[in-house]
Design a protein around this ligand. Sequence first.
Ligand code: NAD
Length: 330
Amino acid sequence: MKTAIFSTRPYDKSMLSDANREAGHDLRFLEDRLTPSTVALAAGCAAVCVFVNDAVDAEVLALLARQGTRLVATRSTGYNHIDVPAAERLGIAVVRVTDYSPHSVAEFAVGLLLAVNRKIARASARTRDGNFDLHGLMGFDLHGKTVGVIGTGKIGTIFARIMTGFGCTVVGHDRYPSPAFEALGGRYATIDELLDCSDVVSLHCPLTEETRHIVNAASLARAKRGGILVNTSRGGLVDTEAAIAALKTGQLGGLAIDVYEQEASLFFQDLSSTIITDDVIQRLVSFPNVIVTGHQAFFTVEAIGQIMRTTIESLTAFEQGRELVNLVRE
Ligand code: NAD
């Protein structure tokens, strides 16, 4: 099946081509993001394959439908970048990758927490410069601390399990309690109770209208003073300006983010030779107690291999008129 692959990076091309060896779909690799002005690149393609920063809104979907596209396959779990009701109205099916190494993201969240708490990136930068001073590098033991997990689905529960291995108490907040989380000794709480008692808060819920800015000025004010916030889920969960204000006063003791609300125009590209005009991200990276990575939590051999295999399986199932097991429904 003719498929346009938007936001292609070299690893997409090589690993998707490998996964496609037997299926033999006609893949058109495009480096561009999918926007109203690039949609024409998918002309004649029954399917388009997108990633998290492709804005698959109603306008783009209408243009795709007019060109004959009938399937949008996102190489991600989250689908907040796709207007699913609009796709349904236009008769375009949307598929995602529901299951790919949740360990990749959970392990990265732990890595970010350790890095920001123990100042590992700062220390490494110092030693490269011949500076072995410990001033400013003090962290706190995770052992014995309370970790709040907002969203105890696949990733949140694995994250919680790792934290219990550190000797932490885990407290969860979710609309649907998970027996696996409770089996770890985790207890559920309201979001306010979770904020009251957590030394670390890690976000693992999807971005929805309900969860947008779930971390805001009020919740940051309520949180334990000096606590750490980790976000590997979606940038829109955090009101970044409020986080900056809380960092300035010391109310927020550390921030580790792999996702950022305005990441679409920044992430997945090398901007090191350009002037970055986003003052918010520039302010964030200037704090000694902030770590920002460019949406790489999913980026392991296991996860990418599974994403590509599932994507090709979805294309094949669609072409053959079989049930789409990863269909997104609203
Ligand atoms: P999941 O569906 O297994 O778990 C999400 C959990 O969030 C569910 O238990 C759900 O009930 C809960 N939830 C929904 N609304 C909530 C609310 N209002 N308050 C509290 N909890 C709520 O999903 P997952 O596989 O664990 O992935 C979680 C998120 O991680 C994804 O939505 C995606 O945004 C993000 N993610 C990020 C990366 C990355 O590379 N940084 C990679 C994959 C996924």
